[in-house]
Ligand binder design. Structure first.
Ligand SMILES: *Cc1c(COP(=O)(O)O)cnc(C)c1O
Length: 396
C-alpha cells in the first residue's frame, strides 16, 4: 500500500531527467512536455542559466529567515515592481498562499474603511487554490464539496459579465474588492473580452474596491506579456503570482499598488519560507531569462502558430468545438469529456492535460521552438482525431 495520501490519480510514469521541452523516464523514453508541470516550468527543464544560479546559491545559503534582510528577495521585489508598475510584494510559496494574502489585504482594507463584514466579488468557474479561503473563492462545487462550512464573504458573478458586477455594486455596500482571472486556466482556458478589465477598473474606482487579479497561471510571460493585465492597459491594485515565477522552484507572490501596498504591518501577515534566498534567486534568474531570451515574444509567436496550425489540422474534424487561448495558454474544446486523451498522449510520448472535463489544455514551456511546436501539433492532431472518431460508449 502506498503511504501517500490519495490526492492525485497519478499516471503510471516517473521522470528522471529533462532538457528543454523534453522529459525522460527511467527507461529512456522521451516525452514532449506540453504541460510544463502545469504552467510552472516556463524555462523548460534544466535551463543552464537557472541550474548554474541555483547550484551556486545552494552552495552558499538556502534559507535564513524573514527576521533578517534577504538581498535576493529585495531585488526580486524591485524587479517585479519595475516590470508591473506596482509598488510592493509579499512573498510566499504557492498560488493559494498568494491568494490568501490578497484576500487578507482586501479584508484589512475593508475593516480600515469601517466595513465590519467585507465581501469580495469572485467569478463562476474560477480557480484560486485549495486552502479553505481560496477554495471558498473558487467557482467550482467539485473543489468545495465536503469541506463546508466555507469561508464566508464571497459574492459570485458570471465570468466576463460587467453588468452582473455593476448589479452587485448597486446592491451590496459591503463589497471591498473583486478577485478575477483574465484567462480562466482551470476553468477551461476561457479568455475575457477585450473591454472586461477596463470595465472592472471603472467599477472598482467608482466604488472604492480593490481590483485584484489572480495571475498565478497567466503571469510570467505565459500569455505573451509579462503579466496578463498588460494586454489591456489597466493596472490592478493587487496581483498574485506563483506557477512560472521560480522556473520550478516553489515561490508565490502577492503584489500590490497604492493603498493596498502599505496596509500590512509587522504582525499582519507572514511566511516562514516565503521569499527565502533559494526561491528568490530562482525568481530573479527566471525573470532575467524571460527578458533576455525574449520569451514573452516567443510565447506570443508560438501560441499564435500552434493555434493557427491546430485550426488547420483539425478543421475537418467534427467534435472540435473551439481552439482558443492567449499566448502559450491554449485550450481545445471538444464536444465530449476527453480525460482519456491524457493517457493516450502519455503512451505516444506527449504530455498534455485536460481541464473542465472537455478542454485539452496546452501550456508548454515558453522556450518552445517552432520545430517543437510543429511536432506538438503533428503528434496531437491524430490523437484528437482518432479519439473523436471512436464510437461513443453505449449509454449506461
Ligand atoms: C494553480 C492556480 C492556483 C493555485 O496555485 P497552488 O500553487 O497550487 O496553490 C491559484 N490560482 C490559479 C489561477 C491557478 O492556476
Amino acid at each position: 500500500m502506498s503511504h501517500l495520501m490519495n490526492t492525485y490519480a497519478r499516471l503510471p510514469v516517473a521522470f528522471t531527467r529533462g532538457e528543454g521541452v523534453w522529459l525522460y523516464d527511467a527507461q529512456g523514453k522521451r516525452y514532449l512536455d506540453a504541460l510544463a508541470g502545469v504552467a510552472v516550468n516556463a524555462l523548460g527543464h534544466s535551463h543552464p542559466k537557472l541550474v548554474a544560479a541555483l547550484r551556486d546559491q545552494v552552495g552558499k545559503l538556502i534559507h535564513t529567515s524573514n527576521i533578517y534582510h534577504i538581498e535576493a528577495q529585495e531585488k526580486l521585489a524591485d524587479k517585479i515592481a519595475q516590470l508591473s508598475g506596482m509598488d510592493t510584494v509579499f512573498f510566499c510559496n504557492s498560488g493559494a498562499e498568494a491568494n490568501e494574502a490578497a484576500i487578507k489585504i482586501a479584508r484589512y482594507y475593508g475593516h480600515k474603511k469601517g466595513i465590519e463584514n467585507p465581501n469580495i466579488v469572485v467569478l463562476e468557474k474560477s480557480f484560486h487554490g485549495r486552502t479553505l479561503a481560496t477554495l471558498s473563492a473558487t467557482g467550482s462545487r467539485k473543489v468545495q464539496a465536503g469541506f463546508e462550512p466555507l469561508v464566508s464573504g464571497f459574492v459570485r458573478v458570471p465570468f466576463d459579465d460587467l453588468e452582473a458586477v455593476r448589479r452587485v455594486a448597486a446592491s451590496n455596500k459591503n463589497v471591498v474588492a473583486i478577485l478575477a482571472e483574465l484567462v480562466q486556466g482551470e476553468g477551461g482556458v476561457c479568455v475575457c473580452g477585450s473591454g472586461y478589465l477596463k470595465g472592472l477598473r471603472e467599477i472598482c474606482d467608482a466604488n472604492g474596491w480593490l481590483l485584484m487579479l489572480d495571475e498565478v497561471q497567466t503571469g510570467i510571460g505565459r500569455t505573451g506579456t509579462m503579466f496578463g493585465f498588460q494586454h489591456y492597459g489597466v493596472t490592478p491594485d493587487v496581483m498574485t503570482l506563483a506557477k512560472g515565477l521560480g522556473g520550478g522552484v516553489p515561490i508565490g507572490a502577492c503584489v500590490a499598488k497604492g493603498t493596498a501596498a502599505s496596509l500590512f504591518q509587522p504582525g499582519s501577515h507572514g511566511s516562514t519560507f516565503g521569499g527565502n534566498i533559494l526561491a528568490s534567486t530562482a525568481g530573479l534568474t527566471t525573470l532575467d531569462i524571460v527578458e533576455t531570451e525574449h520569451l514573452c515574444q516567443n510565447a506570443t509567436a508560438m501560441g499564435e502558430h500552434i493555434r493557427a496550425s491546430l485550426k488547420r489540422t483539425l478543421a475537418e474534424t467534427p467534435g472540435v468545438k473551439e481552439i482558443r487561448g492567449q499566448g502559450l495558454l491554449i485550450g481545445i474544446e471538444l464536444d465530449r469529456p476527453c480525460g482519456e486523451l491524457v493517457k493516450t498522449g502519455l503512451d505516444a510520448g506527449l504530455l498534455i492535460n485536460v481541464t473542465a472535463d472537455n478542454v485539452v489544455r496546452l501550456v508548454p514551456p515558453l522556450i518552445i521552438s517552432r520545430a517543437e511546436a510543429d511536432q506538438l501539433v503533428n503528434e496531437l492532431t491524430p490523437l484528437i482525431r482518432s479519439f473523436l472518431m471512436k464510437p461513443a460508449p453505449a449509454a449506461a
